[in-house]
Design a protein around this ligand. Structure first.
Ligand code: G6P
Length: 610
């Protein structure tokens, strides 16, 4: 979704805003803009670009506004095309009040009508523009009070950063159903959609809660509810470092993040898994007795996180023997919920801010279900709103397509399944030890996959001439196939779909011909023989086959068109190793096609609107 940033302090605001917007660009990149209160000139300078942040930066470098207070925005369009007039910041009739917004104002049409009737003139098609006009309408000499009154009228989702010419030492942030953090530096303050925008400047961060506002002045920041009641805000210290949010010599964040996977796995395991397979989570430390109460597990997520949920569903049922169900959170929220106190709800979300997932979480909680968020972002809304949290500790992920965090999610699902299996007494000590050994060797096995990088790139080069792909797997490799297909379509815009091996012949096989290759995951697992039968079926239809097999397995050498060997491992570890192969494959196909790998068209890293 859109990224917003605000600055108030002793430095020149414009370079800080430019830098922050570059770091936030992964949230959206349809258009961008900044507003800076120009010192001495008693005017606000607004600069916008109808394209990515780089174009904005070029404009600003030609004509750099000077001032110590400013706001910036990088947009993922909802209402109105990505044009200059629709780019944020938006202002009131006289350009005194400047606002940037992430979210959707649901009642903007009625507010706009009311404001137009009162004489306000609108220039854009956006929902956001009602905000500065509404504040203007209520302004009687007290900016904060006008903001409060305006926000009382607004329905929907917002993270806002705003200032007024009339109050040159006041930066205001507010949030409802969209994330906003306040960074506290030495004599300087920031508001931003997320921590990555401000880590070069401060590690002290205050995370605004739902329906809270921050009034930032050179003397400090005050947090209140939208009604003005004081809130005791908790400051957290962030342990991400700035190099993690930079490319560090790699051509793309996506490649850098894939290379960081071994470390992401180590971080997800650290301190949680004993040699004997005993699992403990610091922020979700329910007793065995408590965990035994659960008769069902629901797993909610979207996109890549939904695929991680499907892997979780599979291992929880298999290892712990508890009925488990992975659900698309956006569908779950509109169904008649059948969960209750005996259901453990696991929400899977890298960002911790996906709107649909958060609504699902709240619905589950309202029905008495115990909730646990599996997320990469400490202090995110999902973590705060859940009863427990399992943090991935993967460090920031900037590439829009999730890679290292998908793998860390799978590791977390394995740990959770093992934890539940132990509490329910459904797993032997030997089996626990075996799983623990396999998980602990994973970082080294992933390094071996990464070392095969050139071969995967060679195959990607060859396969990039096709326009359609079918990914096929069974068991855990079914969600792995779905995720492989998603990765390819997200970043290369090629048509790719995933199917279970069994489902293939019930429809999808009709698509196949010599121009429609199949990526078949045939690594060692209980259903390997069935997968090999599927490969025979598709070869009989002339479809080229790229098969993933366990190292040393030559069964498909004469059948598949091409074979990629994956280090031999048990089914759970193998699903992870195959996923890394498919991420690299998608990456190289996209690079081969000249696509913008880190910022694929139409997508946003974190979707904070429904
Ligand atoms: C967006 C992203 C996907 C991501 C999904 C869920 O659609 O483009 O890559 O998987 O959101 O995000 P979450 O932060 O909840 O894991």
């Amino acid at each position: 979704m859109c990224g917003i940033i605000g600055y108030l302090g002793d430095r020149e605001a414009t370079p800080v805003l430019m830098d922050g917007l570059k770091r936030l660009e992964y949230r959206g990149y349809d258009s961008a803009g900044v507003a800076v209160l120009q010192q001495g000139a008693e005017m606000t300078s607004v600069t916008k670009s109808e394209a990515k942040v780089d174009l904005l930066i070029a404009k600003l470098q030609d004509n750099m506004p000077s001032g110590r207070l400013g706001i910036g925005h990088t947009r993922w369009a909802t209402h109105g095309k990505p044009t200059i007039v629709n780019a944020h910041p938006h202002t009131d009739c006289y350009g005194r009040i400047s606002v940037v917004h992430n979210g959707i104002i649901e009642n903007f049409a009625e507010l706009k009508q009311e404001l137009e009737a009162a004489g306000h003139e609108f220039v854009s098609d956006t929902d956001t523009e009602v905000v500065p006009h509404l504040i203007e309408q209520y302004y009687k000499g007290d900016f904060l009070s006008a903001v409060r009154q305006a926000l009382q009228r607004i329905r929907g989702a917002y993270a806002l950063a705003m200032f007024s010419l009339e109050d040159p030492e006041l930066l205001v942030g507010a949030r409802l159903n969209a994330p906003l953090v306040v960074g506290i530096g030495e004599g300087e303050y920031f508001v931003a959609s997320d921590i990555t925008a401000i880590i070069p400047y401060t590690k002290k961060v205050l995370i605004l809660g739902e329906g809270e506002m921050a009034a930032v002045t050179p003397l400090g920041s005050t947090v209140t509810t939208l009604d003005g009641l004081p809130v005791e805000a908790k400051v957290i210290h962030v342990d991400w470092d700035v190099s993690q949010a930079e490319k560090g010599g790699f051509p793309h964040f996506m490649l850098k993040e894939i290379q960081e996977t071994p470390e992401a796995v180590s971080n997800a395991l650290r301190g949680r898994l004993d040699e004997d397979g005993h699992v403990s989570f610091m922020e979700f430390n329910a007793s065995d007795q408590h965990l035994r109460r659960f008769e069902e597990v629901r797993l909610l997520g979207m996109g890549t996180s939904l695929h991680a949920a499907m892997v979780g569903e599979n291992v929880i049922e298999d290892w712990a023997g508890i009925p488990a169900r992975a659900q698309d959170a956006s569908e779950f929220r509109y169904r008649r919920p059948t969960l209750g106190e005996r259901t453990l709800t696991v929400v899977i979300t890298q960002s911790g801010e996906t709107a649909d997932t958060l609504v699902g979480l709240r619905q589950a909680r309202d029905r008495g279900s115990l909730t646990v968020a599996v997320t990469n972002v400490v202090g995110s809304t999902a973590a705060r709103d859940s009863d427990g949290a399992i943090y991935l500790h993967s460090g920031p992920e900037i590439g829009v397509a999730s890679t290292k965090t998908f793998i860390a999610h799978l590791v977390s699902q394995y740990l959770l399944a093992l934890r539940l299996a132990t509490a329910h007494g459904r797993v032997s000590l030997e089996r626990r030890e075996e799983i623990a050994r396999s998980l602990k060797t994973l970082p080294d096995e992933i390094r071996r996959v990464l070392a095969n990088h050139k071969e995967i790139a060679r195959l990607a080069h060859h396969y990039s001439r096709f326009r359609n792909f079918m990914y096929v797997g069974r068991g855990l490799n079914h969600p792995v196939a779905l995720e492989g297909a998603l990765k390819l379509k997200e970043i290369s815009y090629l048509h790719a779909e995933g199917s279970s091996g069994g489902e293939l012949k019930h429809g999808p096989i009709a698509l196949l011909d010599r121009d429609f290759p199949v990526v078949a995951i045939c690594t060692d697992c209980a259903t390997k023989e069935k997968m090999i039968s599927n490969v025979h079926e598709v070869v009989a239809r002339d479809a080229p086959v790229l098969a993933l097999v366990s190292e040393g397995d030559h069964n498909l050498d004469d059948l598949a068109t091409d074979v990629i060997e994956v280090p031999a491992a048990d089914e759970a570890a193998s699903a992870i190793l195959s996923s890394v192969v498919l991420q690299l494959f998608a990456y190289h196909v996209a690079v081969e096609l000249g696509c913008d790998v880190d910022q694929p068209r139409n997508l946003a890293k974190s979707v904070t609107v429904e």
